[in-house]
Design a protein around this ligand. Structure first.
Ligand SMILES: C[S@@+](CC[C@H](N)C(=O)[O-])C[C@H]1O[C@@H](n2cnc3c(N)ncnc32)[C@H](O)[C@@H]1O
Length: 262
Protein backbone atom coordinates (compact mmCIF):
# COMPACT_ATOMS: atom_id res chain seq x y z
CA UNK A 1 0.00 0.00 0.00
CA UNK A 2 2.78 2.46 0.93
CA UNK A 3 5.66 3.44 -1.27
CA UNK A 4 8.95 1.72 -0.50
CA UNK A 5 12.10 3.79 -0.69
CA UNK A 6 13.19 4.11 -4.31
CA UNK A 7 16.41 5.45 -5.79
CA UNK A 8 16.10 9.21 -6.28
CA UNK A 9 18.05 12.04 -7.80
CA UNK A 10 20.33 13.38 -5.05
CA UNK A 11 19.32 17.01 -5.66
CA UNK A 12 15.62 16.24 -5.05
CA UNK A 13 16.57 16.15 -1.34
CA UNK A 14 17.42 19.82 -1.42
CA UNK A 15 13.79 20.80 -2.03
CA UNK A 16 13.07 22.50 1.24
CA UNK A 17 10.52 24.95 2.58
CA UNK A 18 11.91 27.76 4.75
CA UNK A 19 10.89 27.09 8.35
CA UNK A 20 10.12 23.41 7.77
CA UNK A 21 11.82 20.97 10.19
CA UNK A 22 13.07 18.82 7.31
CA UNK A 23 13.20 18.94 3.51
CA UNK A 24 10.72 17.22 1.23
CA UNK A 25 11.39 13.45 1.40
CA UNK A 26 10.71 12.31 -2.18
CA UNK A 27 10.73 8.62 -1.33
CA UNK A 28 7.43 9.25 0.46
CA UNK A 29 5.79 12.38 -1.01
CA UNK A 30 6.78 14.71 -3.82
CA UNK A 31 5.76 18.22 -2.74
CA UNK A 32 5.67 20.01 0.63
CA UNK A 33 1.89 20.47 0.25
CA UNK A 34 1.45 16.69 0.10
CA UNK A 35 3.34 16.01 3.37
CA UNK A 36 0.53 16.42 5.92
CA UNK A 37 -1.88 14.15 4.02
CA UNK A 38 0.85 11.51 3.71
CA UNK A 39 1.73 11.71 7.43
CA UNK A 40 -1.89 11.61 8.61
CA UNK A 41 -2.71 8.63 6.38
CA UNK A 42 0.42 6.83 7.62
CA UNK A 43 -0.54 7.30 11.29
CA UNK A 44 -4.17 6.40 10.51
CA UNK A 45 -3.09 3.09 9.00
CA UNK A 46 -0.61 2.18 11.76
CA UNK A 47 -2.56 3.48 14.78
CA UNK A 48 -3.40 0.06 16.17
CA UNK A 49 0.29 -0.92 16.01
CA UNK A 50 1.67 2.32 17.45
CA UNK A 51 1.83 1.47 21.17
CA UNK A 52 3.58 -1.84 20.49
CA UNK A 53 5.98 -0.07 18.13
CA UNK A 54 6.75 2.52 20.83
CA UNK A 55 7.48 -0.20 23.39
CA UNK A 56 9.92 -1.81 20.94
CA UNK A 57 11.48 1.56 19.97
CA UNK A 58 12.11 2.51 23.58
CA UNK A 59 12.93 -1.02 24.77
CA UNK A 60 9.94 -0.79 27.10
CA UNK A 61 11.01 2.42 28.88
CA UNK A 62 9.00 5.04 26.93
CA UNK A 63 6.05 5.45 29.27
CA UNK A 64 8.15 5.65 32.43
CA UNK A 65 10.36 8.21 30.68
CA UNK A 66 7.37 10.39 29.67
CA UNK A 67 6.09 10.47 33.28
CA UNK A 68 9.57 11.17 34.65
CA UNK A 69 10.15 14.15 32.32
CA UNK A 70 6.73 15.64 33.10
CA UNK A 71 7.36 15.48 36.86
CA UNK A 72 10.93 16.72 36.51
CA UNK A 73 9.92 19.75 34.43
CA UNK A 74 7.33 20.79 37.04
CA UNK A 75 3.94 19.28 36.21
CA UNK A 76 1.77 19.23 39.34
CA UNK A 77 -1.83 18.46 40.29
CA UNK A 78 -4.07 21.47 39.56
CA UNK A 79 -2.35 22.33 36.26
CA UNK A 80 -4.15 22.31 32.91
CA UNK A 81 -2.22 20.64 30.08
CA UNK A 82 -2.67 20.47 26.32
CA UNK A 83 -0.97 17.49 24.67
CA UNK A 84 -0.44 18.43 21.02
CA UNK A 85 0.09 15.48 18.64
CA UNK A 86 -1.31 13.26 21.35
CA UNK A 87 -1.48 10.25 19.02
CA UNK A 88 -2.65 7.23 21.01
CA UNK A 89 -2.37 9.36 24.16
CA UNK A 90 0.93 8.18 25.63
CA UNK A 91 2.01 11.62 26.93
CA UNK A 92 -1.57 12.47 27.92
CA UNK A 93 -1.83 9.23 29.95
CA UNK A 94 1.44 9.94 31.75
CA UNK A 95 0.25 13.53 32.42
CA UNK A 96 -3.09 12.36 33.76
CA UNK A 97 -1.39 10.19 36.35
CA UNK A 98 0.63 13.24 37.51
CA UNK A 99 -2.21 15.82 37.64
CA UNK A 100 -4.66 13.11 38.85
CA UNK A 101 -7.55 14.61 36.88
CA UNK A 102 -8.24 13.36 33.38
CA UNK A 103 -10.29 16.48 32.53
CA UNK A 104 -7.28 18.72 33.19
CA UNK A 105 -5.51 17.07 30.22
CA UNK A 106 -6.69 17.64 26.65
CA UNK A 107 -5.27 15.82 23.64
CA UNK A 108 -5.27 16.98 20.04
CA UNK A 109 -4.09 15.18 16.89
CA UNK A 110 -4.93 15.27 13.16
CA UNK A 111 -5.15 11.47 12.82
CA UNK A 112 -8.62 10.02 13.44
CA UNK A 113 -7.09 6.54 13.67
CA UNK A 114 -4.71 7.56 16.46
CA UNK A 115 -7.50 9.39 18.32
CA UNK A 116 -9.74 6.31 18.05
CA UNK A 117 -7.04 4.20 19.76
CA UNK A 118 -6.45 6.97 22.37
CA UNK A 119 -10.13 6.89 23.22
CA UNK A 120 -9.88 3.23 24.29
CA UNK A 121 -7.57 4.03 27.23
CA UNK A 122 -8.06 7.73 27.94
CA UNK A 123 -11.06 9.55 29.38
CA UNK A 124 -9.56 13.01 28.71
CA UNK A 125 -11.21 15.31 26.15
CA UNK A 126 -9.76 14.72 22.66
CA UNK A 127 -9.94 16.96 19.60
CA UNK A 128 -8.91 16.60 15.98
CA UNK A 129 -6.49 19.27 14.71
CA UNK A 130 -2.96 20.33 13.89
CA UNK A 131 -0.38 22.31 15.84
CA UNK A 132 -0.44 25.02 13.17
CA UNK A 133 -4.05 25.93 14.04
CA UNK A 134 -5.14 25.03 17.56
CA UNK A 135 -8.90 25.35 18.17
CA UNK A 136 -8.53 26.98 21.62
CA UNK A 137 -8.76 30.49 23.04
CA UNK A 138 -5.61 32.41 24.01
CA UNK A 139 -3.99 32.02 27.47
CA UNK A 140 -5.72 28.77 28.52
CA UNK A 141 -3.05 26.14 29.37
CA UNK A 142 -0.39 26.00 32.11
CA UNK A 143 1.59 23.39 30.19
CA UNK A 144 1.76 22.38 26.55
CA UNK A 145 3.45 19.13 25.49
CA UNK A 146 4.38 17.80 22.08
CA UNK A 147 5.88 14.30 22.07
CA UNK A 148 7.90 13.09 19.08
CA UNK A 149 5.91 15.17 16.59
CA UNK A 150 7.88 18.36 16.01
CA UNK A 151 9.26 16.80 12.81
CA UNK A 152 5.69 16.62 11.49
CA UNK A 153 4.98 20.36 11.74
CA UNK A 154 4.81 22.29 8.46
CA UNK A 155 6.73 25.27 9.85
CA UNK A 156 8.51 25.59 13.20
CA UNK A 157 7.71 29.24 13.86
CA UNK A 158 4.06 28.95 12.87
CA UNK A 159 3.75 25.93 15.20
CA UNK A 160 5.57 27.64 18.11
CA UNK A 161 3.60 30.92 17.79
CA UNK A 162 0.37 28.93 17.92
CA UNK A 163 1.57 27.04 21.03
CA UNK A 164 2.55 30.34 22.67
CA UNK A 165 -0.88 31.85 21.94
CA UNK A 166 -2.89 29.18 23.81
CA UNK A 167 -0.53 29.05 26.84
CA UNK A 168 -1.00 31.13 29.98
CA UNK A 169 1.72 33.73 30.65
CA UNK A 170 4.37 31.97 32.75
CA UNK A 171 3.30 28.58 31.34
CA UNK A 172 5.80 26.25 29.70
CA UNK A 173 6.16 24.19 26.57
CA UNK A 174 7.82 20.75 26.65
CA UNK A 175 8.87 19.16 23.37
CA UNK A 176 10.18 15.60 23.43
CA UNK A 177 12.20 14.57 20.43
CA UNK A 178 14.70 12.07 19.14
CA UNK A 179 17.68 13.89 17.75
CA UNK A 180 20.14 12.74 15.13
CA UNK A 181 23.06 11.20 17.06
CA UNK A 182 26.35 13.03 16.45
CA UNK A 183 28.44 9.87 16.88
CA UNK A 184 28.64 7.94 13.61
CA UNK A 185 28.58 4.52 15.33
CA UNK A 186 25.40 5.38 17.27
CA UNK A 187 23.75 6.82 14.15
CA UNK A 188 24.52 3.59 12.30
CA UNK A 189 23.15 1.40 15.11
CA UNK A 190 19.94 3.45 15.37
CA UNK A 191 19.51 3.55 11.58
CA UNK A 192 19.76 -0.23 11.34
CA UNK A 193 17.38 -0.61 14.30
CA UNK A 194 14.74 1.75 12.82
CA UNK A 195 15.00 0.76 9.16
CA UNK A 196 15.67 -3.01 9.38
CA UNK A 197 15.17 -4.59 12.78
CA UNK A 198 11.99 -2.77 13.87
CA UNK A 199 10.15 -3.34 10.53
CA UNK A 200 11.09 -7.03 10.76
CA UNK A 201 9.96 -7.33 14.39
CA UNK A 202 6.65 -5.63 13.54
CA UNK A 203 6.05 -7.85 10.50
CA UNK A 204 6.84 -11.02 12.44
CA UNK A 205 4.78 -9.94 15.46
CA UNK A 206 1.69 -8.65 13.70
CA UNK A 207 1.99 -9.23 9.95
CA UNK A 208 1.49 -5.46 9.61
CA UNK A 209 3.62 -4.10 6.73
CA UNK A 210 2.79 -0.38 7.06
CA UNK A 211 4.49 -0.05 10.43
CA UNK A 212 7.79 -0.76 8.61
CA UNK A 213 7.13 2.29 6.42
CA UNK A 214 6.39 4.29 9.58
CA UNK A 215 9.70 3.36 11.23
CA UNK A 216 11.68 4.04 8.04
CA UNK A 217 9.93 7.40 7.56
CA UNK A 218 10.47 8.15 11.26
CA UNK A 219 14.19 7.59 10.87
CA UNK A 220 14.40 9.69 7.67
CA UNK A 221 12.76 12.65 9.42
CA UNK A 222 15.24 12.32 12.30
CA UNK A 223 18.21 12.07 9.98
CA UNK A 224 17.09 15.05 7.86
CA UNK A 225 15.83 17.25 10.71
CA UNK A 226 17.23 20.75 11.20
CA UNK A 227 19.83 20.92 14.03
CA UNK A 228 18.80 21.66 17.64
CA UNK A 229 20.22 25.23 17.40
CA UNK A 230 17.68 26.01 14.65
CA UNK A 231 14.84 24.71 16.84
CA UNK A 232 16.06 26.75 19.84
CA UNK A 233 16.36 29.86 17.68
CA UNK A 234 12.84 29.35 16.25
CA UNK A 235 11.48 29.08 19.82
CA UNK A 236 13.15 32.39 20.77
CA UNK A 237 11.99 34.13 17.59
CA UNK A 238 8.42 32.97 18.32
CA UNK A 239 8.50 34.83 21.65
CA UNK A 240 9.48 32.14 24.18
CA UNK A 241 11.99 32.87 26.96
CA UNK A 242 14.17 30.64 29.19
CA UNK A 243 14.59 28.34 26.21
CA UNK A 244 16.71 25.29 27.00
CA UNK A 245 17.60 21.84 25.74
CA UNK A 246 18.44 18.71 27.77
CA UNK A 247 19.81 15.71 25.94
CA UNK A 248 20.27 12.13 27.07
CA UNK A 249 22.56 9.55 25.55
CA UNK A 250 23.02 11.64 22.40
CA UNK A 251 19.52 10.61 21.31
CA UNK A 252 16.72 11.88 23.55
CA UNK A 253 16.07 15.62 23.44
CA UNK A 254 13.84 17.71 25.72
CA UNK A 255 13.18 21.32 24.69
CA UNK A 256 11.64 23.50 27.41
CA UNK A 257 10.49 27.08 26.79
CA UNK A 258 8.48 29.55 28.88
CA UNK A 259 5.82 32.07 27.80
CA UNK A 260 6.81 35.46 29.22
CA UNK A 261 4.67 36.92 32.01
CA UNK A 262 3.06 40.17 30.95
C1 LIG B 1 5.09 9.76 16.66
S1 LIG B 1 3.44 10.19 17.03
C2 LIG B 1 3.59 10.80 18.69
C3 LIG B 1 2.43 10.45 19.58
C4 LIG B 1 2.62 10.78 21.06
N1 LIG B 1 2.81 12.20 21.27
C5 LIG B 1 3.75 10.01 21.71
O1 LIG B 1 4.45 10.56 22.56
O2 LIG B 1 3.91 8.83 21.40
C6 LIG B 1 3.30 11.68 16.09
C7 LIG B 1 1.88 12.24 16.08
O3 LIG B 1 1.92 13.54 15.46
C8 LIG B 1 0.69 13.71 14.79
N2 LIG B 1 0.84 14.82 13.82
C9 LIG B 1 1.22 14.76 12.52
N3 LIG B 1 1.19 15.98 11.98
C10 LIG B 1 0.79 16.84 12.96
C11 LIG B 1 0.54 18.24 13.00
N4 LIG B 1 0.74 19.02 11.93
N5 LIG B 1 0.10 18.79 14.16
C12 LIG B 1 -0.09 18.01 15.26
N6 LIG B 1 0.12 16.68 15.28
C13 LIG B 1 0.56 16.10 14.13
C14 LIG B 1 0.45 12.35 14.14
O4 LIG B 1 -0.88 12.18 13.73
C15 LIG B 1 0.89 11.41 15.25
O5 LIG B 1 -0.19 11.00 16.04
Amino acid sequence: MWPHPKPHEPDERRVTTPGAPHPVLPDYYRRAEARQAFVTALFDSTATQYDRLCRLMSLGSGQRYRGWVLRRTGLRPGMKLLDVATGTGLVARAATSVVRNSHAVIGIDPSRGMLRVARTTLSSPLAQGCVEQLPFRADVFDVLTMGYALRHAADLEIAFCECLRVMKPGGWLLILEISRPAAVWLRTVIRVYFTRLLPWLMRVGSGHGDSGVLTRYYWETIENCVPPETILEALRRSGFVDVRLNTFGGLLAEYVAVKPRR
